[in-house]
Design a protein around this ligand. Sequence first.
Ligand code: FAD
Length: 492
Amino acid sequence: MQSPSGSPSEAERPVIVWFRDDLRLCDNPALHAAASTGQRVLAVFIHDDVTPTIRKRGAAARWWLHHSLARLQAALDGQLLLLSGAAEPALLALATKTQASAVYWNRRYGQGERAVDASIKDKLKSDGVNARSFNGALLNEPWEVKSKVGTPMKVFTPYWRAARDRGEPPAPLPAPAALLCADWPEGLGIDLAALKLLPTQPDWSGEMQQVWQPGEEGARANLAAFLEGAIKNYGDNRNRPDRVSTSRLSPHLRFGEISPRQVWHATRSAFASGQAPAKEYDGEKFLTEIGWREFSYHLLYQFPQLANANFQRKFDAFPWSDDDKALRAWQRGMTGYPIVDAGMRQLWRTGWMHNRVRMVVGSFLVKHLLLDWRKGEDWFWDTLVDADPASNAASWQWVAGSGADAAPYFRIFAPVLQGEKFDPDGAYVRKYVPEIAKLPNKFLHAPWKAPHPELARAGITLGLTYPHPIVVHEEARVRALAAFKSISADAG
Ligand code: FAD
């Protein structure tokens, strides 16, 4: 149907859906709205590694992205256009070339991303193209939850209470029943392999491939398995890295392969139907963790510099060390503290680390080694498959004590006690630090305390087959307390 002017009618023009951190078909508001127009839909993903205000993805996240895009392409019968380069000119050119009537997307919340999106929206609108954005990533928009006097919140508990007072999140949307996909102009687009997201020299992703199934189906399978299994006693077990004790949904949520609304309602119905083998308390605890993710985005929105600047300015005067050797030992899992080393090696091998151990290794970096939390945040950014602009930065600031609702600075995790408490049988340490696996439980979390014959029996020569501790806990604790006290005094 041509309009009298000879140009295509509204109904003939495609609607572009710009996929970003929402690599799914179900509960995807932008896709759902586009499909509801009845027009053809042109699905596009733009790999933007060049816009300087947008932080480049780390290596582990790139690995995930490759596989997630492959799954989304398959789910769309190949009808996902891949582009590479600066998003703004690429998208504007695509809208012009295809004579799109509209461009829809789900929102992102980083400052750089918001600026790009706002600029694109303005330009599309001035070109007469309908540009619409949706909430596809959060239960509540960061600006929607406010204190009683209308201000943003800095403390989790009242934040979460206010969020809960807003009522149940809306039910998830179905995947579009039938999607009329639009073709794109010939010659446009790039092969997934040409995005070069996978590691090659060397390919370190072997174990990650065994552990993870990126994509919407993998996300759904993880959630279902969790609600039939590890949800049981989640409230108590969630601190145990030696067990399958949590959902492992974080990378799926990060890439939007599943939405928090889907997680929320699936959890609610598993409890309502009695299918979840758990107590209400376990379900509430789990949903509260989703709340921490929301709170992180609330903080990022208020404080766009979350990954770069101390939320509490007094930390600007903190006397950080610049001991690169200590940083490298931490990164490689060679600190001589088995629970720390196990965590850092789990991260390196699988792209993920259990939350309790993230707190232990984070505390160790900042408090035992006095290294700037931003160095830890950066390493996690590169190595985590779930590296998230809000949760990673907010959690690091929480661990460091510089954050909005931070752990008090005098809470210095003792790594040996943490290991003994949360990995009591040593299964976690034995898996990731095999060179000390033969030590009896009594010495596993503190090999330097083992008498010489015990070490010999276990085939360990400290300093050779496994490091001596790089710092002495008691000394490090005193040093950390003094450093934190110095800035507390500065703050007056
Ligand atoms: P579950 O216990 O099953 O929780 C369900 C979901 O809730 C998670 O998938 C996650 O989306 C959310 N969640 C749980 N705990 C937190 C938390 N403390 N803060 C924010 N969201 C949470 N999480 C990330 O998703 N990306 C990060 O980059 C990240 N960096 C972190 C860095 C440090 C130093 C620390 C201490 C924590 C970090 N976390 C991060 C939070 C947390 O460790 C992970 O979300 C969690 O371990 C993921 O495992 P799971 O999916 O099995 O969690």
